[in-house]
Design a protein around this ligand. Structure first.
Ligand code: NOJ
Length: 742
C-alpha cells in the first residue's frame, strides 16, 4: 500500500513538473483546444468599466454574466485592487477560468503624476524618462492593473493637435530613443514581475500627421514619410520588447488603420515579426463604417481581423459578428486562433494563470500609493522638463532674500490642473498630492520674503476686471512672477485648437504688469507649443513649465531660485504664428531657400512673417554658459563597413554647475532622394561643474548615414556629409564634413 502511494505521488509530481515545464506556447495550444468559438471570440473582446470612461461607452447590463460565461477577455478603466479583484472573481467562475486583463491609460503617472510626456521629452534625459515610467508601472501594477495604453510614440509636427502633449515631439531620432526608454521603464526586467505592466505602443500608425492638426482626422502621407518619420519610434518600442500595440482612429492614405493590412500584418506582424497583440482604439473597428470603409459592423469585423487587429476595444464588432463570419467561411478560424493565442500568451507571461489575483494585494497598493521615493523622482523629472526660454540681464535665478514677490496669474493657485490631461481620476488625489505653484513658492522662500497674490484674469474669459488689483499688487512688490498659459484640458484627446495663441486676455495682463516697470518672470503652462510673441519679445525672463505633475510647484520653485539649473531643450519647434504650421527643423532646402529672415524676393518664404520658428527645436538656456571646442574626426573618409569617431570638448564657462545637451546633426549633401538640411543623429546630456571641461565622443556609422530610398530600402549613398555639433538645431557651434566612399 505504502509503495503504491509513493508511486502515485511520484507520478503526480512528474505530471505537475511536466505541466510546469511546458512552454507557454504549449500551454496556449492546449487551452485553445478546449475553447469554443464563443470563448475564443470572448478573449478578443474588451469593455470599459462603468466609471472613468475614456470614450463613448456602450451601456451593457450583461457585463457580469458575460464575464462569468467566458465571453470577455479584457477590461479597461477598472481602478484599484478591490474592483479588479471583483471582476477577476467573476472570470474565475467561467468554465475555463481564463483571467481577465485590466488595461488603463496611465500616460504620465498613476497617483504620482510626472510631467506630461511632451514636457518630459524636453528633458532629453533618457534615464529620468525611464525611471518615471518605472514608477508609473509600479503604482499601476500595485493597483491591480496589468497593462497601460502607453507610450504614445506619434511624431507630430503640428502643435494644433491636442494629443501632441502625449508624445515626444517632432523628431524621429529623439522620439525613438524616448519610446525605447518608456517601454523599458514600463515593462521593467520582464513581464510577470510584480512591478511591471505591459506597454501598449500607440497609435499605429502616423496619427500625429492628422490633417490640419484636427483630432481623429485623416492622414495622407507618402510611404517615404511613413517609413522615414513616423514608423521608427514604433520599431524602437518593439525593439525594447513592447508587449502590445494599439492601432489608431485615423485613416491613412484612404484605409483606416484598424483595417489596414499593410500596417498590421505586412509591417508589424510580418517584417517586424511582432509576437504580441494589437488592440483597436476605442470603437475604431465600428468607426470603419462611419469612415465609409465598411458597409456595416460585420464587414468592419471582417476587415479588422483580416488586417491583423486582435482585440476589439468597445465596438462589439467581434462580439456580434465574428462567429458568424467564421461559420460562413468568410474568416478562416486560424485567423481567430492566431489572435486568441497572442492574447493568451500575454496572460501566461504575466503569470495570471498561476495566480489571477497576483496584482490584487491591498497592502502593496497602499504601500506604493504612499511611497515617498516616488515624489522625489517626480520632482527631479519635473525640474529637468522646465525650459528656460529667455533670461535677459540674468533676472533668474532669484534670490531667496527678495523682500516682496508678487505671484500673479490664473495658474498660481490651481492644484488639479498641474496634473495636465490624462491624469487618473482618483478621488483622493484632487485634494491631497499636488503641490500648487503657490505652495511651491511658499515652501522655498525665506521667512523674510513676503508673497503677494492676485489672479489678474481667468484663463479663457475676456474680463479685465482683475487687472487693477494685479497692478496694485505688482506695484507693492520688488518683482513679479506671472503664471499664465492654456487650461490643462485644452490639450489632450479631442482638444485640437485652431488658435494656439495665449488664450483670453492673458497677454494683455502681461503688458499691464510689464508697464509697472517691475522685473518680471513669466511661467507658461501648456500642453503644446503656444504662440506668445509679445511676451517673448518684451518680457526679460520666461520659463516654459508645461504641465509638470504632482511636484509642479516644488520643481518650479527649485528652478526659479537656482536650486536646479534648467537643462531642458525644446522637443518641438515653436511657431511664430499658426500660419507657419507644420513647422519643423529637419525640412528640405527647396530650390530657392531664403538666405535670411527678411529675404522674400522670389525665395521660399512668407511675405508677412519671418521664416524660422520663434524658438527652434533643441533650444533651451541654462544659468551657465557652455563653450564647445576641439572638434576632431578620426578620419575624413569612411566606407560603409567602417566608423568615424567624433570627439569634442565642452566647457562650463559660467559660475554655476549645469547640464548641457550636446546635439549631433548631419546633412547628406546630395542623394537620390533629398535629405533634410539638418537632422539629429545623436546627443548626450552631460553634467559639468563650473569651469569643468569634458570630452565627448560620438560614433558615426553606416546606420546614421542611411535613409529610405525610392525602393524603401534603408541604405546609405556615397558622397559628402556635413557634420554639425550644436546646443540647438539653430545654434551650431562646431562644423566639419566627411565623405562616404567605396
Ligand atoms: C482613445 C485614445 O485614442 C487612446 O489613446 C486611449 O488609449 C483609448 N481611448 C482608451 O482610453
Amino acid at each position: 500500500m505504502k509503495q503504491r502511494i509513493i508511486t502515485l505521488l511520484l507520478l503526480v509530481t512528474a505530471i505537475t513538473s511536466f505541466s510546469q515545464s511546458k512552454t507557454i506556447d504549449q500551454k496556449v495550444e492546449a487551452l485553445l483546444k478546449q475553447m469554443t468559438i464563443e470563448e475564443k471570440i470572448g478573449q478578443l473582446n474588451q469593455y470599459s468599466g462603468d466609471s472613468n470612461a475614456t470614450g463613448p461607452i456602450t451601456i451593457n447590463p450583461n457585463k457580469q454574466t458575460e464575464i462569468k460565461s467566458g465571453l470577455l477577455g479584457s477590461m479597461l478603466n477598472v481602478l484599484g485592487v478591490t474592483y479588479t479583484r471583483q471582476y477577476q472573481e467573476f472570470a474565475m467562475q467561467s468554465r475555463l477560468k481564463i483571467p481577465l486583463l485590466f488595461g488603463l491609460d496611465v500616460i504620465h503617472g498613476y497617483k504620482t503624476t510626472f510631467p506630461i510626456p511632451l514636457a518630459e521629452a524636453a528633458s532629453w534625459d533618457l534615464n529620468a524618462i525611464e525611471s518615471s515610467a518605472r514608477i508609473s508601472a509600479t503604482e499601476t501594477a500595485a493597483n491591480g492593473i496589468h497593462w497601460t495604453f502607453a507610450p504614445m510614440v506619434d511624431i507630430c509636427r503640428d502643435p494644433r493637435w491636442g494629443r501632441v502633449m502625449e508624445g515626444a515631439g517632432e523628431d524621429t531620432y529623439l522620439g525613438s530613443k524616448i519610446a525605447y526608454a518608456r517601454v523599458k521603464g514600463l515593462q521593467g526586467e520582464r513581464l510577470g514581475d510584480i512591478n511591471s505592466v505591459m506597454a501598449c505602443v500607440k497609435h499605429f500608425a502616423a496619427y500625429g500627421a492628422a490633417i490640419g492638426g484636427r483630432e481623429y482626422n485623416s492622414v495622407d502621407i507618402s510611404d517615404r514619410a511613413l517609413w522615414e518619420t513616423y514608423l521608427p519610434p514604433f520599431k524602437a518600442a518593439l525593439d525594447a520588447g513592447a508587449a502590445t500595440f494599439m492601432n489608431s482612429f485615423n485613416d491613412i492614405n484612404g484605409i483606416p488603420s484598424t483595417g489596414n493590412k499593410y500596417l498590421q500584418r505586412d509591417i508589424l506582424k510580418g517584417k517586424w515579426n511582432f509576437k504580441g497583440f494589437v488592440v483597436s482604439d476605442w470603437g475604431s473597428m465600428g468607426e470603419m463604417v462611419t469612415h465609409g470603409y465598411a458597409k456595416d459592423k460585420k464587414e468592419a469585423a471582417f476587415s479588422a481581423i483580416t488586417a491583423g487587429s486582435d482585440m476589439d476595444m468597445e465596438s462589439n464588432s467581434y462580439r456580434d459578428h465574428l462567429a458568424q463570419l467564421v461559420k460562413e467561411n468568410k474568416v478562416p478560424i486560424n485567423l481567430v486562433d492566431d489572435a486568441v493565442k497572442r492574447v493568451l500568451r500575454k496572460k501566461f507571461e504575466l503569470g495570471l494563470f498561476d495566480d489571477p489575483f497576483k496584482f490584487c494585494n491591498p497592502e502593496k497598493e497602499q504601500k506604493e500609493l504612499n511611497n515617498p521615493e516616488h515624489a522625489k523622482i517626480a520632482r527631479e523629472v519635473a525640474e529637468k522638463s522646465i525650459v528656460l526660454l529667455k533670461n535677459n540681464n540674468a533676472v533668474l535665478p532669484l534670490s531667496k532674500e527678495i523682500k516682496t514677490i508678487a505671484f500673479i496669474g490664473p495658474m498660481v493657485k490651481l492644484k488639479r490642473a498641474n496634473h495636465g490631461f490624462w491624469a487618473i481620476d482618483l478621488k483622493e488625489v484632487d485634494s491631497t498630492y499636488i503641490v500648487s505653484q503657490w505652495e511651491g513658492l511658499h515652501n522655498k522662500v525665506s521667512q523674510n520674503t513676503k508673497l503677494l497674490y492676485a489672479k489678474g484674469c481667468g484663463i479663457i474669459d475676456e474680463s479685465k476686471a482683475g487687472f487693477q488689483e494685479a497692478i496694485d499688487v505688482a506695484n507693492q512688490a520688488d518683482m513679479v512672477i506671472l503664471s499664465i498659459g492654456e487650461r490643462f484640458d485644452m490639450s489632450g484627446e479631442a482638444k485640437s485648437r485652431s488658435n494656439i495663441h495665449l488664450p483670453g486676455v492673458q497677454e494683455d495682463l502681461v503688458k499691464a504688469i510689464q508697464a509697472t516697470g517691475k522685473p518680471i518672470v513669466v511661467l507658461i503652462n501648456a500642453g503644446r507649443p503656444l504662440v506668445f510673441n509679445w511676451t517673448a519679445d518684451n518680457v526679460p525672463a520666461i520659463l516654459y513649465t508645461w504641465w509638470l505633475g504632482s511636484e509642479a510647484g516644488n520643481a518650479i520653485a527649485d528652478v526659479l531660485f537656482g536650486d536646479y539649473n534648467p537643462s531642458a531643450k525644446l522637443p518641438m519647434s515653436f511657431p511664430r504664428d499658426e500660419g507657419q504650421i507644420p513647422i519643423y527643423y529637419n525640412h528640405f532646402n527647396t530650390g530657392r531657400p531664403a538666405q535670411n529672415q527678411s529675404n522674400t524676393n522670389y525665395v521660399s518664404a512668407y511675405i508677412d512673417l519671418d521664416n524660422g520658428p520663434k524658438f527652434p527645436f533643441g533650444y533651451g538656456l541654462s544659468y551657465t554658459t557652455f563653450q564647445y571646442s576641439d572638434l576632431r574626426l578620426s578620419k575624413k573618409k569612411m566606407k560603409n563597413t567602417e566608423t568615424i569617431e567624433v570627439t569634442l570638448k565642452v566647457t562650463n564657462s559660467g559660475e554655476v554647475k549645469g547640464e548641457e545637451v550636446v546635439q549631433l546633426y548631419l546633412r547628406d549633401k546630395a542623394s537620390s532622394l533629398i535629405r533634410p538640411i539638418i537632422e539629429l543623429k545623436d546627443f548626450q546630456k552631460i553634467k559639468l561643474n563650473s569651469k569643468e571641461t569634458k570630452s565627448i565622443q560620438f560614433t558615426i556609422d553606416n546606420q546614421k548615414l542611411s535613409f529610405y530610398n525610392q525602393k524603401l530600402e534603408y541604405k546609405s549613398e556615397l558622397g559628402e556629409f556635413d557634420l554639425m555639433i550644436g546646443s540647438s538645431s539653430a545654434d551650431i557651434r562646431l562644423k566639419d564634413n566627411f565623405e562616404l566612399v567605396k
